[in-house]
Design a protein around this ligand. Structure first.
Ligand code: SAH
Ligand code: F3S
Length: 488
């Protein structure tokens, strides 16, 4: 149950079609959140113009890049182990290979990385990828290179990413970068910088390009998409200083959803991640108004205890969250909701933990991503609070959280049995080459016999059975998704 889908992707490499004129080989491996996978596609695109073709073979790479994650200590340990592996390959088989670290760990450790890990030649933070041509030139001449400057503007809106983590049907489009929320446990505001939004025009252009290439679904991506705000460029926190004209014509997330859904009525639209304190009723109404916006909200809560929410600097109470859940169900028919939860935040008592379990019982989440608290250097929690919940207590609370999630997840999946749902076919089922796999609006993976359907089709599937994560059924025909947009 814990980040099942994401776990599979960890450490995946990108391989592009070779350009004949390119003579050098790039190996790029990615860890962490979807944003990192997206960023690697931007990096591969930038380096393709610098003479690099991609390879999946470490031993033949001229340049090895690893796009890193800092969210929990374990994520950083995984990267350290990979660097050891790169070191062995360099010593034994590929002495000329250069190694660069990208992403959140690069930003967190900066030039310390060069001291700590002899194998590393280059350290590049998440806002500095356009400087890669210069940085690569530096390391070509034998010097170490570092650029970890965070930017107020960079959204990579003008770099066309290459879609190689993709199945040709669904794609991610980033709309914001950075986060201003400062949850006390979280390293993201430090590694990804201040929050900024991308020009809606460039978002629409990227989406049009995806549609032209045959994509059928996009997920709008950001650390906190509900906070999206375009007023001509600049940091979210500077909005108040913008001209009255810029403020009056600003595009917020609800407007962006309307614009995208209307511009592409035959494209499914999803988004991630939502933050309870920032999601507005306008967003819920936009979801209800467009049938092509999927009925699914990833709405991390982290804890069900008011006291812990406050310590985490999550700017809402348990009751406000529960009211929000009620409004979601009032406004949107059959909306699935998923959570992120942290077990064992500093000072968490048994009573706080019980509050988390009872909140989960109230919401009946469809899925969840659940973690034991991991202290991150530099965060407010690390500076001000002692990591005082013993490891075995964290583990036990985490497993109790996972148990509730399994149960409510199964209950929610069972709701679909006997119903007919719309599924976008993404790929062959992993278990059987006779079955297709795709998601319904609520993001449940659904498998069914192939029939005459093909990847990219929208089909109606009658659900006959389920597990807690998968619906099983039979296709009964095409959906009318390719017809005119209907407003509920
Ligand atoms: N807004 C982001 C959240 C990024 S972090 C998004 O787009 O998803 C993803 C999840 O990791 C958080 O919601 C939180 O549940 C978990 N997390 C973050 N910092 C953590 C820490 N220090 N220890 C344990 N889990 C953490
Ligand atoms: Fe992290 Fe909280 Fe932002 S979890 S990414 S600081 S919303």
């Amino acid at each position: 149950m814990e980040k099942v889908i994401e776990e599979e992707k960890q450490g995946t490499t990108v391989q592009l079609n070779d350009k004949k004129e390119n003579g050098r080989k790039l190996y790029i491996e990615s860890y962490g959140c979807q944003m990192n996978f997206s960023d690697s596609e931007i990096v591969a695109s930038i380096l393709a113009k610098e003479g690099f073709n991609t390879t999946n073979t470490l031993e033949e790479a001229d340049l090895v890049l690893v796009n890193t994650c800092s969210i929990r200590e374990k994520a950083e340990q995984t990267v350290r182990k990979r660097l050891e592996k790169f070191n062995r390959v360099k010593e034994r088989e590929n002495p000329n290979m250069k190694v660069g670290v990208l992403g959140c760990m690069a930003e967190r450790l900066k030039s310390k990385f060069l001291e700590e890990e002899k194998i590393v030649d280059m350290v590049v933070g998440p806002d500095a990828y356009k400087d890669l041509p210069n940085l690569v030139a530096e390391i070509d001449e034998g010097r170490d290179a570092v650029n970890v400057i965070l930017s107020k503007e960079e959204t990579y809106g003008d770099v066309a990413p290459v879609r190689l983590h993709s199945n040709g049907v669904t794609a991610f489009v980033s709309i914001t970068r950075g986060c201003d929320n400062m949850c006390t446990f979280c390293v993201v505001p430090f590694t990804r910088g201040r929050e900024r939004s991308r020009d809606p025009q460039s978002i629409l252009e990227e989406i049009q390009d995806l549609v032209n290439k045959g994509f059928k679904e996009v997920t709008l991506l950001g650390q906190n998409v509900d906070s999206y705000l375009w007023y001509g460029g600049g940091l979210k926190k500077d909005f108040k200083k913008a001209s009255p004209m810029a403020q009056a014509t600003a595009v917020d997330f609800a407007k962006l959803l309307h614009i995208v859904a209307k511009a592409q009525p035959n494209l499914r639209v999803r988004f991630s991640t939502s933050n309870p304190q920032d999601i507005s009723d306008d967003v819920l109404h936009a979801m209800a108004a467009h049938r092509n916006i999927c009925n699914y909200i990833h709405l991390p809560v982290q804890s069900g205890s008011d006291r812990i929410l406050k310590e985490m600097n999550r700017l809402h109470t348990r009751q406000e969250y529960m009211d929000l859940i009620d409004r979601i169900h009032d406004i949107i028919e059959d909306c699935a909701i998923s959570q992120d939860m942290i077990a064992g935040f500093p000072t968490e008592t048994e009573e706080d933990h019980q509050d988390t379990l009872s909140l989960m019982e109230y919401v009946k989440y469809d899925y969840g991503f659940m973690f034991a608290y991991s202290e991150r250097p530099g965060t407010m929690a690390a500076r001000k609070m002692e990591d005082d919940v013993p490891e075995e207590v964290k583990k036990r609370r985490l497993s109790e959280i996972i148990d509730v999630q399994r149960r409510t997840g199964l209950e929610r999946a069972q709701y679909f049995v006997g119903k007919t749902v719309e599924v976008l076919i993404e790929k062959e089922s992993k278990r059987s080459d006779q079955h297709w796999a795709g998601r319904n609006s609520q993001n449940y993976m659904t498998v069914f016999p192939k029939g005459n359907f093909k990847v990219g089709d929208f089909v109606m599937v009658k659900i006959t059975d389920c597990t807690s994560a998968t619906l099983i059924g039979e296709a009964v025909g095409y959906s009318d998704m390719t017809g005119p947009i209907t407003i509920k």
